[in-house]
Design a protein. Structure first.
Length: 244
């Protein structure tokens, strides 16, 4: 790797929006590290993208396992010495239930990946990001995490927000985390933003979405490569800001 070549880590990148984000960043000449908890699936995804001419590597990374997270950070440090882009993409959901029927255990399981996993990975990668001249952190959120949408019975998202307590609330928490990191890191030139890819057809929703994973990846790529005059602490789709 040359000193000018950027390196990006994407969690949960062996399929769906994460893999499409990897494909698009690699097409820009960025070395992309595909983080995945399955070595078989991660290696297969990396091999597919390398077949397209991309500089893509697999990194074993389970965001819910602190040992795995630390090992990934140590590997990136030893191999590249820094990290320029972190895309916290890994996420899970739970089946539809009324809020009063959801167990605390179910909510906790979703938060382990969608919230605590983001914190663990971000903390582990921050020393590497601080060595970059223009580090960017992108957190993959959702419009379903918008409190404004949840509070509006007339919102087109209301049908989902009323039955997806673990997922929606985890994305609201992720949005708050995004703002807090952005506030802390603003003075260091590290831009931190939350993005919504829209309702994309992925395994998360049994491919019921109306957008493609490639379309969903666009906003993450834009914020991962934004210039120093770009936003930080924002919640965005490719069309602009989303109400908190």
């Amino acid at each position: 790797m040359t000193t000018s070549q950027k390196t990006a880590l994407i969690t949960g990148a062996n399929k769906g929006i994460g893999m499409e984000t990897a494909r698009r960043l690699a097409a820009l000449g960025i070395t992309v590290l595909i983080g995945a908890r399955s070595a078989e699936r991660g290696e297969a995804a990396a091999e597919e993208l390398r077949g397209e001419g991309a500089d893509v590597r697999f990194v074993l990374l389970d965001v819910t396992d602190e040992i795995s997270v630390r090992a990934a950070a140590q590997h990136i440090d030893a191999t590249f010495g820094r990290l320029d882009i972190l895309v916290n993409n890994a996420g899970i959901a739970a089946g539809p239930q009324a809020p009063s029927e959801v167990s605390a255990a179910t909510v906790r399981q979703v938060y382990e990946t969608n919230v605590f996993g983001v914190i663990a990975v971000t903390h582990a990668m921050l020393p590497l990001l601080r060595r970059s001249a223009a580090a960017r952190i992108v957190n993959m959120s959702s419009e379903l995490g918008s409190l404004a949408h949840m509070a509006d019975p007339g919102s087109p998202w209301s049908a989902y927000t009323s039955i997806l307590l673990p997922y929606c609330s985890s994305k609201s928490a992720l949005n708050a985390i995004t703002v807090l990191y952005a506030n802390e890191l603003r003075g260091e030139g590290i831009l931190v933003n939350a993005v919504s890819p829209g309702y994309c057809a992925t395994d998360l929703n049994r491919h019921s979405g109306i957008r493609t994973a490639e379309e969903g990846a666009a906003v993450a790529v834009d914020l991962a490569t934004v210039g120093e005059d770009g936003p930080t602490g924002a919640f965005l789709t490719e069309d602009g800001p989303i109400p908190w």
